[in-house]
Design a protein around this ligand. Sequence first.
Ligand code: ADP
Length: 456
Amino acid sequence: MKIGTKIALQFTFIVATILTIFCLVIYYLSENYRQQEFYNCLRECANTTARLPIKKKEIDKKLLKIIDRNTLDTLYGVQVLVFNDENVVAYSNINSDAIYYSPELLNRVRKEQYLETAYNDKQVVGSIYDDENGSAYVVLAQANDKYGKEKLENIKDTLIIGLFSTIIITIVFGFLFASHALKPIATMNSDISKITAYNLKTKLHTGNNRDELARLAINFNQMLARLENSFELQKSFVSNASHELRTPLAAIKSEIQIALEKERTAVEYQTTLKSLLHDTQHIIKLINGLLQLAKSEKSDSEVLMSPLRVDTVLFEAQEEVTHLFPSYEVQIDFEDIPEDDRLITVLGNSALLKTVFTNLMENACKYSDNQKADVRISFNRRNCLIAFQDEGIGIERTEMNKIFEPFYRTQTAKKYRGHGIGLSICKRIVQIHGGRITVKSEVGKGSVFHVILPHV
Ligand code: ADP
């Protein structure tokens, strides 16, 4: 079912329910008022009718009956019976057998002094009336409230007609209202269906920029902008990666071509093969870096974490770096000695954190003439801080943010080997661990990279 139809029907259902309850309450109250009003009327009739025959015994009861019939009976159809204390009819404005009564009813009236009850379609009032001798007469008055019931029927018809016409009007307005309210969604839908991966620049109309739908459109536009951005990044990543791979592959190809141009000596072949091996290792390193970058793009929840001592991972990284590059020197020190192991324990993935630490150690040594990296561990109430300091070439202020983007390399670093992907991997891994990485640097004097990780 369409949302518009659903809203219109739900709206109608709610209005119909409220109106029905309202009509029932009105009907119920009107019926109560009618009954009460008629009981009051019967009581008055009983009193006025009984007063004369009881008080003035000498009055001509036949004449009285005729008068009563002309007034009470024709006006309301009220029938009045007066019983003496032996339950014998002392006066009636009609023939007494035409009216319902029973000794139990008379006894109840005597007991309760006043009684209101219903019999068939008639309402009955019973009351006690004393004469001057102290004899108690029971007066019964009963009648069918024809006019009242007719009035109530009219009210019922009016309520039913009112209810049904209001429901019909609500359905019509409900549909109009729903289609009007959902119009911006329909427009949004048709706009969205036109958006593809190639026209992410298309934006949705944001209407009045204030209501919920406008906010939805604004958020959607922001999401499109983010998607466009990541598509652009992906495109530049692929072209950068292909470029980085093409350069060493082209070098390998030309080396093979040159080697094949003429007959070579065994030593020459060996030199060419060594050079090819070196280039191939270079390509493997780059591909490994790209794979690591892809892995670090995993969603945070996919990475297995466990409590790790930061210094242990740092020592493992140091061993790996100095083993790979024996000329590098990596010094690890504590700024303060932790009283509690937890201050230097983080919830992390040891393989990923080792990748960060080896990258930063390697960079510090690679971009310094003395090939030295100074690593210091410190901590505060929340975080464990690891500083990787060198006295190397340094980084221009304007380039400090860019070095964390994939494939970005500073001008001064171009003469050193590298592909510019290590720091982007580090940034992502540190992010996965809920931390951050920052850099301070001065050209010609050196750099310090800070890795800040929340400890347990
Ligand atoms: P790579 O070192 O392979 O080029 P990285 O992503 O690790 O890739 O670093 C990106 C760039 O940041 C480097 O090319 C270099 O310009 C700069 N950089 C990183 N570390 C240092 C450092 N310790 N000193 C100076 N420049 C650095």
